[in-house]
Design a protein around this ligand. Structure first.
Ligand code: F6R
Length: 590
């Protein structure tokens, strides 16, 4: 989940280049940061705990042409300055940054301690710097020694290292993403392209089991296991990659919520032939399984209702973290649909690889087009949300819901009807997100901000949206929130309701409406403070937040006021909604 970036070439501002780059990867982790750059024949290192956003790139690494930078999401070792990357070899010529977990690090560390290496941190990463140093005693070539060190490391990892004496940068990928940016004056290597997009759109992918070695003038790729050289194509990034800017917004989260005025329509704008082909593949498949994590998993759960209600089709939804337990149901005729904003989530990637190993076909619905999932899937549909920087997923979710609904309408033989509904929904969202509406939600946040518990109920596709509402509120405001299926209340959760307990009721104007209103009445009878999110006012609601009536697309509009509410709850409680504690945007560890 950590962010990695590096540069080697003829420019003399490598330190500032990588610092600027790593700021664009801070969504991958923000426990601590660090940078190493070569000055003359020696190495300079700066690192600290906390966020990197406030640092001035200009203050770093003048007259350097080799530098690496890291932003950390802690796995091994607490959040301390000592544990921040980069980690150095004893002689100070090798610096290593890392994303992943070296699972056998304890054994390696003991071995290296016995050989006299000194460790300054508790991390698994530091063993790699010492291991390479040790390997260089027999194999003085940095790249070759690094390859040998990688062969000893177990786990899913991405390493980036520099060696001052040979002016070389080496990257190795054994499970976590790495991408090369080919500049006119050198090479960038990073865990994601936003680290260098300001400088180049020409990329080369390092695939799993491969490494890259560059001195800034040329780059060579190798198979880590065999040492054989690999040839790589240069690819131009042509998809939407506008560098996310906050503009006039205080936070990316609010900006990305507002982006939904346009992003839902972009998600709907898919190649119709491809959507029909996918619908046909679902029709012919012997079983369709949707899998994802977190918010994207809630999109899949909502889609399960879309498939049932609109296309009369049963599909299965499995949380990606549990997918392997179901692998024996997979056959070559199974279609697996994976949904992911980042396209790098470890559990989703694993699910996809399990499915492919069984011969099943995989459709990926992904936002980041350069991601591993988008590249490895048999078919891929872009969410077209534009870069999502805030940790809490907002516009990617509504895009995922729109695409899944479009596929379902195509499966029902009503693609044009679905497209019309979705474009009307996109336009309704544009109208909805007006300043008065946002103020209304800001006011509601004032009422709720000191509550300890908040419950959300829904039925049908609003049930997964109740679960998603809870995620959104929990992760940015740290208020305890839980979502329930309306029908489940009286089987346990209703015991939690006391006078004044805030409960949000997600409703539409469909066959589930009378039942969810009846569940709301049961809550009201126990003293709940009811907030209705519904197209129509109802006398039982203490507060009513109007949402447009968009039929089968209701899940898409109902989640948007919750996103705004969660945002204001965070801000009013003094929390940073863009970088909630303990979380990272791209979950590349299991
Ligand atoms: C919550 C959130 C996470 C992600 C989950 C999957 O707001 O963003 O729950 O949805 O980590 O990530 P992706 O979609 O990148 O696979």
């Amino acid at each position: 989940m950590c962010g990695i970036t590096g540069y080697v070439g003829s420019r003399r501002d490598a330190g500032s280049l990588v610092l600027e780059g790593i700021k664009n990867l801070e969504y991958r982790g923000y426990d601590s940061w660090g940078i190493a750059w070569k000055v003359g024949e020696s190495m300079e290192v700066r690192k600290d705990i906390g966020k990197i956003s406030h640092l001035d790139p200009a203050a770093f690494g003048s007259s350097s042409s080799l530098a690496i930078a890291h932003t950390r999401w802690a796995t091994h070792g607490g959040v301390t300055r000592e544990n921040a990357h980069p980690h150095l070899s004893c002689d100070g010529t090798i610096a290593v940054i890392h994303n992943g977990i070296v699972e056998n690090y304890q054994e390696l560390r003991d071995e290296l301690l016995n050989k006299g290496h000194r460790f300054l941190s508790e991390t698994d990463t530091e063993v790699v710097a010492h291991l390479v140093e040790e390997k260089m005693k027999q194999t003085p070539d940095f790249g070759a020694a690094f390859r040998k060190a990688c062969l000893r490391c177990e786990g899913r990892n991405a390493f980036l290292a520099l060696h001052t004496q040979s002016q070389t940068m080496v990257a190795a990928r054994t499970g976590s993403p790495l991408i090369v940016g080919v500049g006119s004056d050198g090479y960038f290597i990073a865990s994601d392209s936003p680290a260098f997009l300001a400088h180049t759109r020409t990329v080369q992918y390092i695939d799993d089991g491969e490494m890259a070695v560059t001195d800034g003038r040329s780059i060579l790729f190798y198979d880590i296991a065999t040492g054989e050289e690999r040839t790589k194509r240069e690819i131009e990034i042509t998809w939407i990659t506008e560098q996310a800017e906050k503009g006039n917004y205080a936070h990316f989260m609010l900006k990305e919520i507002m982006d939904q005025k346009k992003s839902v329509a972009r998600a709907v704008n898919q190649d119709e032939e491809q959507i029909r082909t996918i619908a046909k593949a679902i029709k012919n498949a012997k079983g369709t399984i949707l899998t994802a994590c977190g918010t994207a998993h809630k999109a899949c759960m909502a889609a399960e209702y879309f498939f049932s209600v609109i296309a009369d089709k049963h599909v299965n939804v499995i949380s990606a973290g549990e997918f392997k337990l179901y692998n024996h149901f997979l056959i070559p005729d199974t279609l697996v649909i994976v949904v992911s904003q980042s396209g790098e989530t470890a559990d989703v990637l694993e699910a996809m690889r399990i499915a492919k190993a069984k011969g099943s076909k995989v459709l990926a619905i992904v936002n980041v087009q350069s991601s591993t999932i988008a590249r490895e899937a048999d078919f891929s549909l872009p969410i077209n949300a534009g870069q999502e920087r805030a940790v809490a997923s907002t516009k990617a979710l509504t895009g995922q819901l729109a695409i899944l609904l479009l596929i379902v309408y195509a499966l029902a033989g009503k693609l044009q009807e679905g497209k019309k509904l979705l474009l009307e929904t996109a336009s309704a969202i544009n109208d909805l997100l007006n300043p008065r509406y946002v103020e209304r939600l800001q006011h509601l946040a004032e009422i709720l901000k000191n509550k300890e518990n908040l419950y959300i109920i829904g039925r049908s596709w609003n049930y997964p949206m109740a679960l998603e509402s809870a995620i959104k509120i929990q992760e940015v405001s740290y208020i305890h929130a839980e979502g329930f299926a309306g029908g489940e209340l009286k089987h346990g959760p209703i015991a939690l309701i006391e006078t004044g307990t805030p409960c949000i009721v997600l409703a539409g104007n469909d066959e589930a409406t009378p039942d969810i209103l009846s569940n709301a009445t049961q809550l009201k009878a126990r003293g709940a403070f009811l907030i209705g999110l519904a197209p129509e006012r109802n006398e039982i609601f203490d507060e009513w937040i109007r949402v447009p009536d968009v039929g089968a697309a209701q899940a898409i509009v109902n989640i948007i006021p919750i996103q705004v509410l969660a945002y204001f709850l965070a801000v009013q409680r003094g929390k940073d909604p863009d970088m909630p504690r303990n979380l990272a945007k791209s979950v590349t560890v299991k």
